[in-house]
Design a protein around this ligand. Structure first.
Ligand code: CP
Length: 366
């Protein structure tokens, strides 16, 4: 195992990815750059099969058996509702018992145990760690530390500071798959040539500078030539240059915009985000006028009839509740999709996704 002596987050991306993957399989899941198009397509197919299998009693029993010999730790020391609960539900679907640490003041960290040591302790009791942490780079550093110990276990990133939220991006892209390929048969069909995103325009709106979900989803969408990305935000909250450079390098058409009402008509999907003012030092972003970056009731009649409205949630005023019962609102579906695609990801990491595939083809492929 290649153990870097320097900070792993400062290494070139291909080497970072090599340190996290195991041959052609995801192992530690930390960065959206780890997902290529084949793995995104594969995980969306496995998620789709898992939800179909899980719909029957016998199927749910089968799923429930495949990881019943493993245990998970959900180490979430930054607040979360959806990511925590959907990972917990994903573990339950696969029959894997889990424990959680959500408040480090209840652990021996209050007696001076370092976070490094805590993660190492967890690796002795559990078979996978799923982590949300307020610091960028912490999950990646811990994954690389785990690589250097005898009992190395996989670590999944459930949100790291302002930087990345790769499994949210995975559920977002799975949601878009379901919007752009409405039939289950089409979603499950294996076709390496298929590109559901070619010719589609997707707008990201709101606080793009500090929105980790947007950053991760932009990396995934950059795998699909022909997609067009619009970043609609006030100057102070516009997307980082690193993402724009990545898109340029990958020849993905993109544009910065400063007005949602003038942009929304050209979009196939819109990805709304809230102001991430928890990252403010002194509430400085609260004075920014976000009225041109909100889906208001007045816009409802200007939207395309097939627009997909996404939001990682929680929301504030940027997404009016008048959209909640609109069929174009996909933000409720995102949550449930997250449970299935996270189950698919965990199955892949433990190399049991083939069992789901075999079960689907032997029981459901009429
Ligand atoms: N989308 C998301 O990450 O939600 P939570 O913060 O509730 O997990």
């Amino acid at each position: 195992m290649d153990i870097p002596s320097e900070d792993p987050t400062s290494l070139p991306t291909p080497r970072r990815v090599r340190l996290l993957n195991r041959e052609d399989r995801l192992y530690h899941v930390i960065l959206a750059q780890q997902f290529d198009r084949d793995i995104i397509d594969h995980l969306c197919r496995i998620a789709e099969m898992t939800r179909i299998i899980g719909d029957t009693r016998a199927g749910a029993r089968f799923l429930n058996s495949i990881l019943s010999h493993k245990r998970a730790m959900l180490y979430f020391i930054q607040p979360s509702t959806r990511t925590f609960l959907s990972f917990a539900a994903a573990c339950q679907i696969l029959g894997m018992p889990y424990n959680d640490v959500r408040d480090p003041s209840t652990s021996s960290e209050v007696k001076g145990e370092t976070e490094d040591d805590t993660v190492r302790v967890l690796s002795q009791y559990f078979d996978i760690i799923i982590m949300r942490h307020p610091s960028e780079g912490f999950a990646e550093t811990m994954a690389n530390k785990l690589n250097g110990i005898r009992r190395c276990i996989p670590l999944l990133n459930g949100g790291s500071g302002k930087d990345q939220h790769p499994t949210q991006a995975l559920l977002d892209i799975y949601t878009l798959y379901r919007c752009f390929a409405p039939s289950s048969v089409e979603r499950i069909r294996q076709d390496p040539e298929r590109n559901l995103f070619a010719g589609k325009t997707i707008a990201f709106v709101g606080d793009l500078k500090r929105g980790r979900t947007v950053r991760s989803l932009a990396y995934l969408l950059a795998r699909y030539p022909g997609v067009r990305l619009l970043f609609v935000a006030p100057d102070e909250l516009q997307i980082g240059d690193d993402i724009l450079e990545h898109l340029t390098r990958n020849e993905i058409e993109h544009e910065l915009k400063s007005d949602l009402p003038k942009t929304i008509g050209e979009c196939n999907a819109v990805y709304m985000t809230r102001l991430q003012d928890e990252h403010d030092k002194d509430g400085e972003s609260r004075s920014i006028d976000l009225s041109r970056f909100s889906l208001t009731p007045e816009l409802q009649d200007q939207l395309r009839p097939d627009l997909a409205i996404l939001h990682p949630l929680p929301r504030r005023a940027e997404l009016d509740t008048c959209y909640d019962s609109d069929p174009r609102a996909k933000y409720w579906d995102q949550m449930r999709n997250g449970m299935w695609v996270r189950a698919a990801l965990i199955a892949h990491v433990f190399n049991v996704d083939g069992q789901i595939l075999d079960h689907y083809y032997s029981h459901f492929n009429y």
